[in-house]
Write a protein of this length. Structure first.
Ligand SMILES: Nc1ncnc2c1ncn2[C@@H]1O[C@H](COP(=O)(O)OP(=O)(O)O)[C@@H](O)[C@H]1O
Ligand SMILES: [Mg+2]
Length: 1008
């Protein structure tokens, strides 16, 4: 009922919720809702429907979806909710249900029944399975056919059902439709031959005349003109705008075909309609004692259309065969008899055709499944029966129709009260009675044996001898004069509205209706001469023959008197009511807002009248006297548990009932509530409304809570995912690392046994994270390998190797020929092989210098050609010791000219060629620019040795690295100026530096 609170402007969605139950309040609510386009309102589970007289956009698939599987109070009032409830009950409890639609003619019953069937068809056939499609398709299409043949325009309703219809839909245990059955009740066949002003015959005639092809009409000998036929022109309303006969004819013949009527069957139906129209055209003329047919060609048409011959047809129309005392004689009709017989024939043909159509449809949709295999099928029945009717002239048909409505009202009273009472009993709740008008007494007036109107009518019809309608009226007056609901002029002489010897009045639950007795007897007898039955049975058209099996009876056969129309109808009504009473009923109460089919007018008087006779106020009262609302505990909790901390979010009680009790106590509503066995009963609507209001107040908080939780959950999920991603990444990285390391491990496993100690082993491409590690490992491997290689070298050779390594670092790939194998001697000037003549002189000088400067070792000595700042070249010697580097003059007994501490050396420069240029850059001095010469053997390449030794010396003594420039043109500093030196090697040249320019020197030397 949330919606009811939401939509205050639309009034109350359930009359039970009215603050005060008065006529005015009820009508105001009904009117308000009608004016606001809300045509449905509940009384509990009864749907009150007001005919909108305009098409409403509330039957779309979206609406179907909205109501599917929902409870009444979950959505705004709609007939779909009722259809769904019926379906749910049927499916859940495997219980047969029925939907009874009542209301007066034009109130919208037939529309409602179609809406319900469509709803059920669309909720059951979601998967479009062919068998379900077939069944629901036929059920829906058969409506079109039945409306064509069974509906007509009356002054009340352009599409008034002139027969009662009760349609069963069968479902299997899964809730899928598997078949159906249609019961029809009393077709108003008098309409075939007579229509009142402003009315029409059944739609079928007009559809045939206006909708069929020229060819068809010709074959039927018909003209496209309803005004040309007696049976279709009496109402003088043949070309109604609102009834599109042409279109519906197409629809109808399409429906006939798709439901399963063969071409011949359809043709036969059209033939029979034509026969009826032709019958109406017959003109009888009296000729002396005899009666003859003026327009004989019509007889020929009829004969050909029923596949008979003209002679027998004419005979059947003009005479009747009677059997008297074993003899058969032919009795000639009077003109009056002939007319009567003709009309009876026309009505009978039409009625039989209609009956045949219904049976044919039933044959097609009959449940063919084996009950033992598929289990019991359950049923939803939809009753759409003619509504209560008052015309200017009310005859036997209206009498039957209104009696039918009395019976249904009776059922409504019984079931609605019974159900309610049973529920209270079931739930163990005390209950007090509500006063209501029980129309049982009117039903009795009609149907009681001996004393009832039908019984009196039958008695009159049974009488041999001429009994007139007036005599029947007299009999009623006599027998029923005490009855509260019966009057006539004889009983109330002052009532001028009642005509003497013609009218009687019944005070129905829905109002007083004056009936004219004229025709009652004849219609009740419903006589058709045997001659016609025989004629049709003898037809060579098998369909027609099939319709008239009793035509085979011999004339002489004595048959039991058939039951009268009244009695047949009464029996069928009693049966119907029994059938309905055995099912769980749902009610749609239709109200007609005005007499002029207006979508806006709300005729207060008429509506109030309907509300009164439908007993809607009583209905509300019954509902309210008990409890306005009841809900199973579990459902109640589900809906309202947020109202109390005992139950939110989940209760801790032993049962739902206990939890509901705690909740209700908590919000202080226990004075207005009763606790049944399975349901909680709420007495006043106000309580329910308050509950709903409180609930709506809390809903936003709950939504926020849900949003919060959702967002939290979402964030947590995202977080967990991220963590997982990192974990996976980590694991994967580690896996890659492990793979790499294992792989490298594998490749280097035998390293010690490898000849090259793993030098040629291919290093795998490391994962990114291991790039620097791999570099370090390569270094480690190189070191290890070096150490391993060195291990075999004696310790005293290590310094030599270290020097060579230093030379390697500085010269490899830079200076030509540095690796030429030769022994590094170091102190060449002290060598007898190298410096035979002056070695001893040199050694004396060294001794002197050692004692003066206190150095330990002489690292390298050589004769050199040296250039000074004036570009002058001179022969000198250099001596590198562990403390100082000396320049000596060999010509003067190796007299020292200069001694520079080791730490003043800033770098070395040599050329990339094999010449012996050796430049020692000094801090605070001119660079020592020399070229080694006078070696033995000649032109021995000693520069690499000098470089290796000096580098190693600086490293061990000073713990520092020297820069070595290996260049084409060396840059030097002489006398504070920068000069560049290039080298020119010439055979047999004596080594010398030459000035090229102020900043350029050239070393000329012979190649080594
Ligand atoms: N729910 C509805 N929506 C639109 N029009 C409706 C509706 N119910 C009834 N009508 C209109 O009222 C007319 C009469 O309704 P109908 O169902 O034939 O009445 P009933 O069967 O009670 O005599 C319909 O032909 C249609 O025009
Ligand atoms: Mg109807």
């Amino acid at each position: 009922m949330a919606n009811m609170i939401e939509s205050q402007e639309f009034g109350k969605g359930d009359f039970v919720l009215l603050d005060q139950l008065t006529k005015e309040a009820f009508m105001d609510n009904l009117k308000l809702r009608f004016q606001r386009g809300r045509i449905y309102t509940y009384i509990g589970e009864v749907v009150v429907s007001v005919n909108p007289y305009k098409s409403m956009n509330i039957y779309t698939p979206e609406y179907v979806k909205d109501y599917k599987g929902r409870e009444f109070w979950e959505r705004p009032p709609h007939i779909y909710a009722l259809a769904d409830a019926a379906y749910k009950t049927m499916k859940r409890y495997l219980k047969d249900t029925c939907i009874v639609i009542s209301g007066e003619s034009g109130a919208g019953k037939t529309e409602a029944s179609k809406i319900i069937m469509n709803y059920i068809a669309s909720i059951t056939n979601v998967s479009h399975r062919s068998e379900i499609d077939r069944v629901t398709g036929i059920l829906l299409k058969s409506n079109v056919i039945l409306e064509t043949f069974g509906n007509a325009k009356t002054t009340r309703n352009d599409n008034s059902s002139r027969f009662g219809k009760y349609m069963d839909m069968n479902f299997d245990f899964k809730g899928d439709p598997i078949g159906g059955h249609i019961n029809k009740y009393l077709l108003e066949k008098s309409r075939v031959v007579h229509q009142q002003k402003g009315e029409r015959n059944f739609h079928s005639f007009y559809q045939l005349l206006l909708g069929s092809t020229e060819q068809t009409l010709n074959a039927l000998h018909l003209k496209r003109d309803p005004t040309a036929y007696t049976y279709t022109n009496q109402g003088e309303t043949n070309n109604m705008k609102s009834i599109d006969d042409k279109r519906t004819f197409k629809e109808m013949s399409g429906a006939l075909k798709s439901v399963g009527f063969s071409h011949d069957e359809q043709q036969t139906l059209f033939n029979l309609l034509a026969v009826v129209l032709h019958l109406g055209q017959l003109e009888f003329v009296e000729e002396g004692q005899k009666v003859r047919i003026q327009n004989k060609e019509v007889v020929n048409y009829i004969a050909s259309l029923i596949d008979s011959n003209a002679a027998s047809t004419e005979e059947a129309l003009l005479t009747r065969v009677v059997a008297a005392r074993g003899e058969v004689i032919n009795k000639i009709h009077s003109k009056e008899d002939a007319c009567f017989a003709r009309d009876a024939f026309a009505k009978a043909i039409y009625e039989r055709a209609f009956l045949w159509i219904v049976e044919r449809i039933n044959g097609i949709i009959e449940v063919k499944l084996d009950v033992h295999r598929y289990g019991k099928s359950t049923v939803i029945g939809v009753l759409d029966i003619y509504g209560f009717e008052i015309f200017d002239n009310n005859s036997f048909e209206q009498f039957c129709i209104n009696y039918c409505n009395e019976k249904l009202q009776q059922l409504f009273i019984e079931l609605v009260l019974k159900q309610e009472q049973e529920e209270y009993l079931r739930e163990g709740i005390t209950w007090q009675n509500v006063e209501y008008f029980n129309n049982c007494v009117i039903c009795d007036l009609v149907e009681q044996s001996h004393k009832g109107i039908i019984a009196i009518l039958d008695e009159a019809c049974l009488n041999v001898g001429t009994v007139t309608d007036q005599m029947f009226l007299e009999a009623m007056d006599k027998k029923l004069k005490e009855h509260e609901h019966y009057t006539s002029r004889r009983l109330v002489p002052k009532d001028k509205d009642l005509q003497h010897d013609r009218d009687f009045r019944i005070i129905h639950y829905a109002g007083s209706v004056t009936y004219s007795v004229i025709g009652f007897m004849e219609k009740n007898k419903d006589q058709l001469f045997q001659d016609f039955k025989r004629l049709l049975f003898q037809s060579s058209n098998p369909v027609i023959k099939d319709m008239w099996p009793e035509g085979q009876q011999s004339v002489k056969e004595v048959t039991k008197r058939p039951l009268t129309a009244g009695t047949l109808f009464k029996n069928s009504m009693i049966q119907l009511v029994e059938k309905l009473a055995s099912k769980a009923p749902y009610y749609v109460r239709c109200i007609k807002p005005n007499e002029i089919k207006s979508p806006i007018q709300f005729d207060d008087k008429r509506c109030l009248h309907q509300v009164e006779y439908l007993g809607l106020m009583e209905n509300v009262r019954v509902r309210r006297a008990g409890f306005a609302n009841r809900q199973p505990y579990q459902r109640f909790l589900q809906r309202y548990k947020m109202l109390s901390s005992y139950t939110w979010p989940n209760h801790q009680c032993r049962s739902d009932k206990e939890a509901v009790t705690a909740l209700i106590k908590d919000i202080r509503f226990d004075h207005d509530v009763a606790y049944g066995n399975t349901k909680v009963f709420i007495r006043t609507p106000n309580t329910l409304v308050t509950l709903e209001e409180k609930r709506s107040e809390l809903i936003p908080h709950i939504i926020v809570l849900l949003q919060k939780m959702w967002r939290g959950a979402n964030a947590r999920r995202r977080y967990r995912r991220t963590v997982a991603i990192y974990k996976i990444m980590n694991r994967y990285r580690r896996y890659k690392m492990r793979c790499y390391l294992l792989e490298m491990n594998r490749r280097f496993a035998n390293i010690k046994r490898m000849k090259d100690l793993g030098k040629s082993v291919q290093w795998a491409v490391p994962p990114k994270v291991l790039i620097s590690l791999a570099q370090q490992m390569k270094l480690m491997h190189a070191r290890w390998r070096a150490k391993y290689l060195i291990k075999s070298v004696p310790k005293d050779q290590w310094p030599a190797i270290q020097m060579k390594c230093a030379a390697y670092d500085a010269l490899h790939n830079k200076r030509q020929g540095w690796l030429r194998p030769r022994k590094w001697e170091g102190n060449y000037l002290a060598s007898m092989s190298d410096n035979a003549s002056l070695a001893s002189v040199f050694l004396t000088s060294v001794d002197k210098l050692r004692s003066k400067h206190g150095f330990r070792d002489v690292i390298f000595t050589a004769h050199v050609r040296k250039v000074n700042k004036h570009n002058k070249s001179e022969d000198r010697a250099i001596m590198v010791t562990d403390k100082l580097i000396f320049k000596l003059d060999p010509a003067k007994g190796y007299k020292p000219m200069h001694g520079v501490p080791l730490n003043k050396i800033t770098g070395l420069s040599i050329s990339s060629g094999t010449d012996q240029l050796l430049i020692i850059h000094l801090e605070g001095h001119d660079d020592l620019v020399t070229c080694i010469h006078k070696t033995t053997p000649q032109a021995d390449d000693r520069v690499p040795e000098a470089v290796g030794r000096i580098l190693r010396l600086v490293k061990t003594e000073l713990r520092s690295e020297l820069r070595v420039n290996v260049v084409q043109q060396a840059q030097v500093k002489l006398g504070g100026k920068s000069k560049s030196i290039s080298v020119d090697q010439q055979n047999n040249a004596s080594t010398n530096f030459r000035k090229v320019s102020n900043t350029m020197l050239m070393l000329v030397t012979c190649p080594t």
